[in-house]
Design a protein around this ligand. Structure first.
Ligand SMILES: [Zn+2]
Length: 323
């Protein structure tokens, strides 16, 4: 079967659009700034421009495109293609599917970005040949996409996979952006690393973290992991605390879902083994024996392209080409 699909990764800071053949091989790629402060109409114009550009670069027309997949921040309704609430885009109840379909006259499929990353990993990354897996993104927050028997699990209102909001410490006074206290992402995300780093530096003696930044408020997850990698004691202590929570949360997921594979992506995972190794150890120790025995916990291999590759996988699964 000849034909092509387009995948769009719509993020708070950038839009990445790729054109791929039906085997999922990328033929053209275009990046644009999102500039959401200019309003939804302008953002949609920029999405359409990147689509025109990948078509031009591939000497194709929109008539040769079978479908478009879009990974977008949620919560959203997959079937209707409505983005209900995306604070980093400033969008509320925007029907992105309808808007794009009326411009392009081809089917457009909208999916939550953690879910598209899960699809990308499942079909084009570490999850090939795996039927039950979880993609876990650990960056400013923690999110996931859950694949059961080769299919994304959405739940009744497309909000499945909000693992970052399982409460791991009911006594915690750390408020999560969801309003609750002691959520996993409040304790174990890049944001948590940064918060703990800043607190440690302002309240204790010397740490290498101070030397890596101009001012304390610049200490983020990357600074903490870098200082820990260089042997800084304070940073190592913080990293231990956070990887402990990461491991415990993953152990909970292993006990509930018994997956074959957990793929970890997002900014915090880029620190590599200094994060992944303790997380693996704690997760496998804390989980029950049977689910711990089967699972592999790995870092994503798809890099920055994961969102766009996942959006391609979304289009190909909707077309029934991947199943
Ligand atoms: Zn929360």
């Amino acid at each position: 079967m000849a034909g092509y699909v387009i995948g769009v990764d719509l993020g708070g800071t950038k839009i990445l659009t790729v054109l791929a053949n039906l085997q999922g091989e990328i033929i053209a790629k275009k990046r644009s700034a999102t500039k959401s402060e200019q309003g939804a109409e302008k953002v949609i114009d920029r999405i359409l421009t990147t689509i025109d550009q990948v078509l031009a670069d591939s000497d194709l027309t929109i008539d040769e495109i079978e479908a478009i997949g879009v990974g977008a921040p949620g919560p959203l309704s997959v079937k209707e293609g409505i983005i209900h609430h995306a604070p980093n885009l400033g969008w509320k109840d925007l029907n992105l599917k309808q808007l794009l379909e009326s411009e392009l006259n081809i089917p457009v499929f909208i999916e939550n970005d953690a879910n598209t990353a899960a699809l990308g990993s499942k079909w084009f990354g570490a999850g090939k040949d795996k039927q039950n897996m979880i993609y876990l993104t650990v960056s400013t927050g923690i999110g996931s996409g859950i694949i059961i028997d080769n299919k994304l699990y959405h739940g009744i209102s497309d909000s499945a996979g909000e693992v970052g909001h399982m409460v791991l410490d009911p006594e915690s006074d750390v408020r999560c952006r969801c309003g609750d206290y002691g959520c996993w992402e409040a304790l174990a995300s890049g944001t948590a690393l940064g918060r703990l780093g800043q607190k440690a530096v302002s309240s204790s003696s010397y740490s290498l973290m101070e030397e890596l930044v101009d001012s304390t408020d610049q200490i983020d997850g990357a600074v903490v992991t870098e200082a820990a990698a260089q042997g800084d004691k304070t940073a190592k202590k913080i990293l231990n605390q956070v990887t402990n929570y990461l491991g415990i949360g993953i152990a909970n997921l292993l006990n509930i879902l018994n997956p074959e594979l957990i793929v970890v992506g997002g900014g915090v995972s880029q620190a590599g083994d200094i994060v992944l190794e303790p997380v693996r150890e704690i997760a496998l120790k804390r989980a029950m024996e049977t689910p711990a025995k089967e699972v592999e916990i790995v870092r994503t291999q798809l890099g920055d392209n994961i969102g766009a590759i996942g959006a391609v996988a979304k289009a190909l699964t909707q077309l029934g080409i991947l199943n």
